[in-house]
Ligand binder design. Sequence first.
Ligand code: MN
Length: 262
Amino acid sequence: MDSINRRTVLGAGAAALAGAATASSAEAQPGPKAIFSVAQATIPIAGSNEVFPVRRIYCIGRNYAAHAIERGSDPNREPPFFFQKPTDAIQVVDIGTVGEHSYPSLTKNYHHEVELVAALKSGGTNIPTEKALDCVYGYTVGLDMTRRDLQNEMSALKKPWEIGKSFDHAAVLGPLQPASKTGHFTKGAISLAVNGTVRQNSDLEKMIWSVAEQISKLSEAFELKAGDIIYSGTPENVGPVVKGDVLLCKLDGLPDMSIKIV
Ligand code: MN
């Protein structure tokens, strides 16, 4: 046993003893102490006082043929590609409210992308498609907000386009709805309106890769774990928003989600 393993084992034993007396408060745990605390990103669970702790945010790119074409790719079944957003980019918008969403820095072409979001309660590697939905805890509607001008500039330079996707508040979503109540989503209308005018309007059955297939493919590249969430791609007609715009996202079987750009 190396020293790190010994310390872990001893630490766990001491924590168990301490836990009996102190209801396992974090302060009772011996060992190195964090010099400050960092917030754990969470998503409320609708109709409950429990929250879903977020481990990683994955997003799939160009998962509807018509959007793939508008972004300049071949809509045929190319392997899916994925990117991540930082977990502290999450902005939760409560049901029945209009969340105030700050127009971000640097961009002059800020785009909406409405998407179905799946949240995982378990994971693994090389998960077969037939077993993939067993990993899903629940679903919500999300916005993969995008600084399109920055994404395009970086893409043209063959540099990573993280700055276009992975910035503060770029992962907007509503409270999670447990799949035990909603079932799984393989079809159903998905839409986004800006100031009452519908801009994006499609059906989940037009996804090139289903949620189950996305989980299976992702798990070939990364070990998936409980707490991972997946933005499942946006349909065509992404476009710009400006300060004052009100966005309304709808997905059949889930509550609406709305933000105002401020
Ligand atoms: Mn997207």
